[in-house]
Design a protein around this ligand. Sequence first.
Ligand SMILES: Nc1nc2c(ncn2[C@@H]2O[C@H](COP(=O)(O)OP(=O)(O)O)[C@@H](O)[C@H]2O)c(=O)[nH]1
Ligand SMILES: [Mg+2]
Length: 396
Amino acid sequence: MATSEDYSVITQEELEELKESISTQDLPSAVDTIKHFLDQQDRVELNIAVMGESGSGKSTFINAFRGLGDDDEDSAETGEVETTKEPKAYKHPKYKNMKLWDLPGIGTLNFKADEYLKHVQFERYDFFIIITSDRFRECHADLVKEIKRTKKNFYFIRSKIDVSIDAAKRRQGKNFDEKKTLDNIREDCVNGLREIGVEDPVVFLISGRDLNKYDFNSLHERMETELPEHKRHVLMLTVPNITTEIIERKKKSLEKNISSVGLLSAAVAALPVPGLSVAVDIALIVNKIQKYKTAFGLDDESLQKISERSGKSVEFLKSVMKSVVREEITTASIILLLKQSSLYVAEEAVERVLSFIPIIGSVLAAGLSFVAVSYMLKKILNEIAEDGRNVHLASM
Ligand SMILES: Nc1nc2c(ncn2[C@@H]2O[C@H](COP(=O)(O)OP(=O)(O)O)[C@@H](O)[C@H]2O)c(=O)[nH]1
Ligand SMILES: [Mg+2]
């Protein structure tokens, strides 16, 4: 059986603490404690700083990264001349703990790079994004030298790639080669950065209009690998479902988290409180299904938005969905689901019988519960991710 050391999402200490507090509670409060713990996991803060000159495409990128268009509620104003001198936070519409910070245009404050970083409170950010829509200049290089001293990560973005591609198409006509054009732009940016003293720069080509194209996926993948584990989860949860690759990576990330839920279930099952194990398992599963539904954009609000953007009706989008989230999730529907899973029925019977012999019984039930809950959740996650993928394809 897996041990909690394998999973940094839940520590042995947290597990013990939870067990301790649950063992003294009545059933409803125990279930609440578990729900609260699970919600906390998704509330790790992630703060991303976006910097660049005015007009470079910061606001457009900030909106796209949060899955918003320019005209959506809560979206950042684009095409505005920047007047603010303070960083402004833009929250993710569904995960308020994830914020993108629009930093005052570099150059507008007449600060040196170190003063600038102090002014924008650099400690606050997990990493920095530096955007330009043409070439990188001294001001960008100075900033990077200072950021390096803070030991934080940074990423270079060359924005408005769609504009460059259109221009190349017009210029080159029949000889247009997209890959070659992109390689040239990337090489120009990298060489430019080297010339102003940045060692081994990596530049990502992005269009805020078509975030699903060009280098967005590799940028996001790189950010993910360079973040600490508990922050990675938030980065993956909040990424818009704009390509099948991203949907697949999101699924993998959520799958890793399942083991901790299984462990939780096992820990609870080991407590000699009749009925607790099943009640907690149901609460755990309902909680996770709701989260998967939101993560893959299958909640009503998201479907409505996809429908408006794609011109496909909500009914049509729903018609490609097959998983449990097509209907409303209730405790009753989950119990039905559990009953259909032979694994679980076996466990329930075992649990009832063995609870008369507390010590051996609880150990056995714990093992079974871990397997059953993990198995169930993996199966459900796969089905919901598949729905996410099908809705994404149907909206194109
Ligand atoms: N075609 C295209 N236009 C963009 C892109 N990013 C920004 N823009 C446009 O460029 C202008 C400045 O963008 P904005 O996001 O406001 O830049 P900011 O001043 O850095 O926040 C706006 O008119 C945007 O619509 C992009 O990737 N593609
Ligand atoms: Mg702006």
